[in-house]
Design a protein around this ligand. Structure first.
Ligand code: ADP
Length: 381
């Protein structure tokens, strides 16, 4: 029928909890969703309009997804960038594109490119197979952090060696499997994240800065509003715009920041909906999942407003035994990713909205504990 509107189909590589929440936001964005799932048990399979099976490392699977949708986007970065480059050359819309995705796939590339652009990053060196680790370690007088350049996430692939011998052993072992980043271990006053969404035309829609807390390398909790103070807020906003200029993403760009005595330092960037912006589902008028879908589909972004004076998100991580059903807590929303319980696995999150940040936080943790969150509630630094 001439003039009939056809909803665009966004194809997502992966069908984990991020794709699940994209699925829940697809009506708000006015798009259809196809997912490339590894298994019928993947969280997003239940909500997608169309499901294909395969992984981001299989060219036929990526081609099948591309053929079924108008634009390809991502639930995770486990993907063959070479195949994506070929698809782009053939005219497939891949958003974010392979050169932006490389920032999320390769921490060494990320550090080099952000440092070259003059952005504040920890002092670092890159070690490859055959390199003498002592040469790299000689550049650091204090403790270091070692990070696999590729394949690590949620603290996997990050080591905090005690002393030079342990650092040398880690670098030697890891470098035999790929590049390793070694960097100064900073004294952190805290950690924060700024998430923004970049539209196809370059328009930026930032969310407010949040404070974040990590345990075992995994995000445990986020808190809006951030308590860093007006100077740091302005610094974060300016930094985020500069990072977006370097990375040139389409969709969500999450910038994880270290708060140090001498200012903000960029830890890492992610190019997909991010754990530190899950609070935007209840806490804003335009959540990160709907905004991501709008951005990658080439649609105009919605205006972002906050819906409450404070919002606290706590991750539900599998404890020693499966969580039992628990009573509701007023003003706290539970997101269950419908994943099989496993100790240490992210199974869902809760978000509490309120007026007073401390009271909001108490309610969020009350609900999380009832659901078996094993993480210790520790005071903010
Ligand atoms: P991942 O990609 O697995 O999330 P990150 O590089 O973000 O790993 O590191 C995980 C956590 O380790 C950070 O959130 C921070 O708490 C700590 N960390 C990482 N790098 C440093 C550093 N250079 N100095 C101090 N702490 C660090």
């Amino acid at each position: 029928m001439p003039g009939a509107r056809r909803d665009l189909t966004v194809g997502v590589v992966g069908a984990g909890q991020l794709a699940l929440m994209m699925g829940e936001a697809r009506a708000a964005a006015g798009v259809r969703l196809a997912v490339l799932a590894a298994s019928p048990d993947d969280p997003a399979v239940a909500v997608a309009d169309e499901v294909l099976y395969g992984t981001g490392f299989e060219e036929p699977a990526l081609r099948a997804l591309a053929a079924r949708c108008d634009v390809v986007t991502f639930d995770h970065e486990l993907v063959d960038l070479g195949v994506l480059e070929r698809l782009v050359a053939e005219g497939v819309a891949v958003r974010p594109g392979p050169s932006a995705l490389l920032f999320a796939v390769d921490k060494a590339h990320q550090r080099r490119a952000l440092a070259a652009a003059g952005l504040p990053v920890p002092r670092f060196a890159v070690v490859r197979a055959g390199d003498d680790p002592d040469r790299a370690l000689g550049a650091f007088s204090g403790p270091v952090v070692a990070k696999r350049a590729r394949g690590g996430y949620d603290g996997r692939g990050v080591a905090f060696p005690e002393g030079r011998d342990e650092a040398r052993a880690t670098l030697l072992a890891w470098a035999s499997e790929g590049e390793v980043l070694v960097e100064e271990r900073l004294d952190l006053l805290g950690e924060a994240a700024l998430v923004l969404v970049r539209a196809l035309d370059g328009t930026l829609a930032p969310y407010p800065l949040v404070d974040t807390r990590q345990a075992d390398g995994m995000c445990v909790e986020t808190r809006y509003p951030s308590r860093v103070g007006p100077d740091r807020l302005a610094e974060a906003t300016a930094l985020a715009a500069r990072v977006a200029e370097v990375v040139q993403p389409i969709g969500v760009l999450a910038i994880e920041l270290f708060v140090t005595a001498s200012g903000l330092v960029v830890n890492e960037v992610a190019l997909r909906p991010h754990n530190t912006a899950h609070w935007t589902i209840e806490g804003t008028t335009a959540d990160q999942f709907a905004q991501h879908l709008r951005a990658v589909a080439g649609l105009p972004l919605a205006t972002v407003g906050v819906t409450a004076a404070s919002a606290v998100m706590v991750n539900l991580v599998g404890g020693a035994s499966p969580p039992a059903p628990a009573p509701a807590v007023e003003g706290v929303v539970v997101h269950d990713y419908a994943k099989a319980w496993r100790p240490g696995r992210k199974l869902g999150h809760v978000t509490a909205l309120g007026v007073d940040p401390d009271e909001t936080r108490v309610r969020a943790w009350e609900r999380a504990r009832l659901l078996g969150a094993p993480s210790e509630e520790v005071p903010w630094p």
